[in-house]
Design a protein around this ligand. Sequence first.
Ligand code: TRP
Length: 330
Amino acid sequence: MIAQKRVFSGIQPSGRLHVGNYVGAMRKMISLQDEYYCIYGIVDYHAMTVRFDPKEMEESIFDCAVDYMAAGIDPTKSVLMVQSTVSQHTELAWILNTITPISWLLRVPTFKEKRQQNPDYVNMGLLDYPVLMASDIIVYKAEVVPVGDDQLPHLELTREIVRRFNSLFGYTFPEPKAMLGEVTRILGLDGNFKMSKSLDNCIYLDESKDEIWKKLSTAVTDVRRKRKTDPGNPEDCNIFTMHKAFSKKGDIDYCAHECCVAGIGCLDCKKILLENMYKELEPIQKKRHELSCNREHVYDILKQGQKRAEEIAVETMSDVHAKIGVKSFH
Ligand code: TRP
């Protein structure tokens, strides 16, 4: 068998998932499983760069594992692991730290944002976040990284670090490429900002149909369409973007056409979206419930993931140690 290319992506264990997360990166992560050797990490050390409650960490990691398995990460195809259980991630991050100029990290947009949002919690980990992320990826010599477009600057930095490592110490790592999902950005219910927990504009994956309808029915559409009798502009409507993410071509074309000729109103269009969206969420919710009731099974999968990930990471580190001239004595 030809060696499969490796894929890595990291998932922050930071609470409930929303449909923006789902269509942004998750779907891509799921679809890559058949073609690549995928390693998906629950990145708990990254979650420590902002204020967190240690009492909630264990549960957040568990929930995150359950969410991803329910959505379609299949442990018989992919490796699902927890970052902190494979110490080579942080070990390699240290080595990468020594070749990464601080000026590169100060330029990273998420660092600048977080620093502004939380001026009294600007820790080294926050600045160093992209270096640990680079390490997550290259400790497996991964070549493909499915992410949302907000992660592109981080990926660019990973590639710069890889180029520098390779030129200083000899070719060791391939340059990983980002792979974006098909619908890259769903805006929040406000139709204005990215869907984000902190903005309270999300539809969560675990919400009931009624809850979702409550949110959809008041969600912002094309702001120029004031009345049902006004023709609308689907391309300027966030609900239409959601249709593109959840509906089949027939419904998408129907809604676009009827909106343009003022044939149906926004509520009708939203009802069709609700049906299509919930059709996809319902089985995920069912699976999620089943897995939550079977903790041992979930922990077994994470343990197995740790073992499989470690095997690759150990091999990479022995290559790295040889390249930088650090010898092991056994
Ligand atoms: N920074 C990513 C996010 O917030 C999470 C992440 C950590 C990641 N390490 C990674 C993503 C490695 C891709 C590859 O979503």
